[in-house]
Design a protein around this ligand. Structure first.
Ligand code: ADP
Ligand code: NI
Length: 214
């Protein structure tokens, strides 16, 4: 059973994501929350910090809320409303700032709590759900699934990654297959390996079908 603060935060998240279909939906946040909770227990991290940061990690996302992204205004305002100490607010704000994938400019979170949240967010881009999210995102952004003429771009900086337009299959090579080696915690590593393996099998099947092989 969640405590009152976590319960309130879940209700807040529900209202924030009520109208978003870009892959940053309420259920993405809830999966990250559940996974981050499991990782925090296994890694002996501070559960309340991890849970709050996981729940609030996308409310000021660059794609969803570009004007509040820099200072995490929505997350901070929400935490102040809930009467959290400024110290806790600053810590959670820092964790949220570290979470995003940014090509070779991605950061390793400073705290164990940040590592759990970043791992949970990345795990949600992998596996069966990760495949579904990638194609949903591609459709939402009018991208083609695959075009053999367009090669993946590797080693991108944050700016290059954020401005890059490509195919959804290329996204697997430009981001998704890089995530496993960027995982911070041992508990998440094993899950990432399993999910990546599943995705690689999926891409192999996709290519065989593309060529009319089986
Ligand atoms: P996160 O919530 O993990 O920080 P992003 O904001 O980068 O993720 O993306 C949300 C989801 O959309 C992820 O599952 C990601 O893999 C997918 N996605 C992001 N960019 C692309 C893209 N160019 N093509 C296909 N899927 C994408
Ligand atoms: Ni996220």
């Amino acid at each position: 059973m969640e405590n009152q603060l976590i319960y309130n935060t879940i209700e807040y998240i529900k209202s924030v994501f009520a109208t978003d279909f870009s892959g940053h939906d309420f259920f993405h946040t809830m999966r990250v929350y559940k996974m981050a909770t499991n990782l925090a227990r296994q890694e002996n991290a501070d559960l309340q910090i991890v849970q709050l940061a996981a729940l609030l990690h996308d409310v000021d996302d660059r794609k969803l809320s570009p004007e509040t992204c820099e200072n995490k205004d929505r997350a901070v305002a929400y935490m102040r409303e809930q009467g959290l100490p400024e110290e806790t607010i600053a810590l959670i704000k820092e964790i949220i700032g570290e979470v995003s994938f940014a090509g070779k400019d991605s950061v390793v979170p400073k705290t164990l709590e940040g590592k759990c949240v970043q791992d949970a967010d990345r795990l949600d881009a992998l596996g069966a759900v990760g495949i579904a999210r990638a194609f949903a995102y591609g459709g939402n952004h009018n991208r083609v699934m695959y075009d053999p003429e367009i090669k993946p771009a590797l080693n991108m900086s944050k700016e290059e990654y954020q401005n890059h337009i490509s195919t959804t299959v290329n996204h697997f090579y430009e981001k998704l297959f890089l995530l496993k080696d960027m995982i911070n915690t041992r508990s998440a590593k094993a899950i990432a390996e399993h999910r990546e393996q599943y995705m690689k099998e999926y891409i192999n099947e996709f290519m065989d079908e593309w060529e009319g092989i089986k």
